[in-house]
Each structure stands twice: as structure tokens, then as C-alpha cells.
Write a protein that binds this ligand. Structure first.
Ligand SMILES: Nc1nc2c(ncn2[C@@H]2O[C@H](COP(=O)(O)OP(=O)(O)OP(=O)(O)O)[C@@H](O)[C@H]2O)c(=O)[nH]1
Ligand SMILES: [Mg+2]
Ligand SMILES: [Zn+2]
Length: 293
């Protein structure tokens, strides 16, 4: 039988039969375990029913894609939730997500959450950043659970897909999902202002039915690195850099100290967002340091 792993706790998996939609508590069969296959939420597996609702997983199908943080496979869409305030908008984290997701060939939807918290005087700066990401080709939406600015675009974008929603703790991931489908009843929490960060209300990874597809609400997390990525991989994942790099003098220009670099010119004349370039330089440096290990 063919199933999808929808939940993992300790060494027990919950597997849903693709055809009947019935769920089973499953373990990896001994032989399979010896091959040291690591199974993940999102994996498509072959399983045998032992009794009632118990099953053994005997085989895992090849993954379309595979994320380490959060640990989930076969994703159609990654929703990156970034609050415009509380916690403060974090361009570095956003670019980090985008780089890793692009490297893994996963389609992205960026949400600028908690839009209602912006004061009149703050809107212009955030709007500029919002439009920048939109103009370079990302799908971007503004959301607020307080004033209910969750438009049809969001529903259309996620309907029928296997989605993962990710972002710092306290940006409002679970709150947003509860608005899209109140029956989800996900736990949400007040951000811990004393620490200036959220409390990690959501704790484990699980696929839950949403609209005609699936969503994994993931815990917010601290860091993410560029393991396995080269400097070229990183430079290619900055889409607007990649598009303009044809005009750099050197083939394979990494836009650091090379002369006649189009990207540096575009940063100077403010066509490219300064934070994007700074994050880029930081990321290629981090990737280089990782490779030295
Ligand atoms: N003003 C405002 N507050 C919001 C909005 N969305 C969520 N919040 C509040 O932000 C806090 C954190 O929301 P959660 O939904 O628990 O955040 P989360 O991203 O799921 O956090 P973790 O599960 O810890 O990763 C709660 O107190 C929410 O009421 C919003 O659009 N506007
Ligand atoms: Mg949550
Ligand atoms: Zn260049």
C-alpha cells in the first residue's frame, strides 16, 4: 500500500493511505531500519498493514525535495512568514530562507505579517521592501489576523498543495492558519516581549489537512546554515543578481572585488536593495567557512 507520512513522534510515524485516507500508526520495518534510511514527514512510503491500525513501512519513494530545517520532504510550496513588527522585520532571515529554498527548488510565497501594527510613518519603508521583493519576481502578500487582511490570493496560492509555513517564533504563523481554517484550532501565544522573541508555541512538525491540500505548521527556529552550498549556488539563488550577472565583466563573477561588476553598480545606484547585497556577502562568507570544516 502507498501512504504519506503525516506525523512523526519519537520512532512512531503516522501514515495516511493515499487511496482510502485511513491513517495508521507505523514503524520502519527492521530490514529497512538497517539501511539507515531516515524517514521524514512528507515522505511517500510503501507499507504493510499488520493489524487494525498498525503498519510497517518497507520502502520510501524518491523525494522531489528535502528540507533539513524544518525536516520535511516533498513540498509544493514554502510559505515564509515575516512580521513587519514584533518581532522586528528581519531581512537577513528572509534572504536566508529564500536562498535555501531556491537551492532546494521549492516554490516560495512570502507573507509580510502583522501589517496592522505599522504606524503611518513606518509604512513607506516597509512598503519599499515589500515592492522590491515583488518586483524581482517573488509572490508576496500582506497579512493581518487583526484586521483580517487575508485575501483570496493566499487561499488560491495554497489550495491543493503540500505547504510548509515557516518563520521566526511569534510572527503569527499559527494565528494565520487558524483564520484560514478555524477548525484547526492551533495553539498560539503572546510573544515574550522581555526576551524580544517568541516562545516557540508550535513544537513538532506535522502535516494537517488544509483546504484541498496539506499544511505543516512548523516551530520558529534560531539559525539556518548553507551546508552543501557553494558560493556560486548562493549567487545564483539571489535571482536579481543572477539575471544581471551577464553584464558583469567576468564570467562567474561573485560580485565581491571583481572590476566592472554590474551588481555592485546596481547596489551603488540603489536599484539593488543594500540589505540584499550585505546579506549576500555574509552568506557566501558563511558558506566558505563551512566548507573549511
Ligand atoms: N497585531 C497582530 N498580532 C498578531 C497577528 N498575528 C498574530 N499575532 C499575535 O502574535 C502572537 C504570536 O502568534 P502565533 O500565531 O502563536 O505565532 P507563531 O508564528 O505560530 O509562533 P511559534 O509557534 O512560536 O513559531 C500572538 O499573540 C498573536 O495573537 C497580526 O496579524 N497582528
Ligand atoms: Mg505557532
Ligand atoms: Zn559581478
Amino acid at each position: 500500500m502507498l501512504g504519506k507520512i503525516i506525523c512523526l513522534k519519537a520512532d512512531l510515524f503516522k501514515v495516511m493511505d493515499i487511496d482510502s485516507k485511513k491513517t495508521y500508526d507505523a514503524k520502519a520495518s527492521g530490514l529497512f531500519r538497517m539501511k539507515k534510511q531516515d524517514l521524514k514527514v512528507g515522505d511517500i512510503v510503501v507499507f504493510d498493514i499488520i493489524e487494525d491500525n498498525k503498519a510497517y513501512i518497507t520502502e520510501v519513494k524518491k523525494r522531489i525535495n528535502d528540507l533539513v530545517r524544518p525536516p520535511i520532504a516533498n513540498i509544493d510550496l514554502a510559505i515564509v512568514a515575516m512580521s513587519v513588527k514584533e518581532p522586528v522585520f528581519n531581512a537577513n532571515l528572509l534572504d536566508r530562507f529564500l536562498t535555501i529554498l531556491s537551492f532546494n527548488n521549492i516554490e516560495v510565497l512570502i507573507l509580510f505579517t502583522k501589517w496592522d501594527l505599522l504606524e503611518e510613518s513606518e509604512i513607506k519603508d516597509i512598503e519599499h521592501i515589500y515592492n522590491y521583493y515583488k518586483n524581482i519576481g517573488y509572490k508576496v502578500l500582506k497579512t493581518s489576523t487583526k484586521t483580517n487582511i487575508i485575501d483570496n490570493e493566499l487561499v488560491k496560492a495554497i489550495d491543493g498543495k503540500v505547504c510548509v509555513i515557516t518563520g521566526q517564533s511569534g510572527v503569527g504563523k499559527s494565528s494565520l492558519l487558524n483564520i484560514i481554517d478555524p477548525s484547526l484550532n492551533l495553539e498560539t501565544n503572546n510573544i515574550s516581549y522581555a526576551l524580544g522573541r517568541g516562545k516557540h508555541t508550535t513544537r513538532h512538525v506535522e502535516l494537517i489537512p488544509l483546504l484541498n491540500g496539506w499544511i505543516a505548521d512548523t516551530p520558529g527556529f534560531g539559525t539556518m546554515d548553507f551546508r552543501g552550498m557553494s558560493e556560486t549556488d548562493i549567487s545564483q539563488s539571489f535571482i536579481e543578481f543572477f539575471e544581471n550577472s551577464k553584464e558583469c565583466k567576468y564570467n562567474g563573477c561573485l560580485h565581491k572585488n571583481e572590476p566592472n561588476c554590474k551588481i555592485k553598480e546596481l547596489v551603488r545606484n540603489e536599484t539593488i536593495l543594500k540589505t540584499r547585497y550585505e546579506n549576500y556577502l555574509q552568506f557566501i562568507e558563511e558558506a566558505k567557512q563551512l566548507r573549511k570544516w
